[in-house]
Design a protein around this ligand. Sequence first.
Ligand SMILES: N[C@@H](CCC(=O)N[C@@H](CS)C(=O)NCC(=O)O)C(=O)O
Length: 119
Amino acid sequence: MFIIRWILGRLILLFNFIFAPAKPNHSSETQSKLDELTKNLKLYQYHACPFCVKVRRAIRRLGLNVELVDAKQEQHQQDLVNLGGRSMVPCLRIEEDGKVTWMYESSDIITYLEDLSSK
Ligand SMILES: N[C@@H](CCC(=O)N[C@@H](CS)C(=O)NCC(=O)O)C(=O)O
């Protein structure tokens, strides 16, 4: 089972590499504005998780710079469970006005990022 999952994960990464979405060509002004909007975001994720790949593709497609956090690392895994409430990835940590929100579900995260990038 582990081997099948490992192989599937590598295939997903390969297809993601071959069919990587194009990055938009933002002006430096637009990129600075987007960087300001995303500076307090962190995506807790696994490298080969299909739902995480889906979110990373959206991040690339939208031309955003979002810090990626490897949730396989023990400290990050603990933060995710203890502070976010679940071990599931992807999870977007959003810090706004000193308040932290942990957003689970890849589709919700993508909708959030799309809304953010259209501001
Ligand atoms: N419906 C979720 C599914 C996410 C999911 O199943 N993630 C897996 C990794 S591929 C996971 O974190 N499993 C461990 C857990 O649920 O604790 C989404 O779309 O984000």
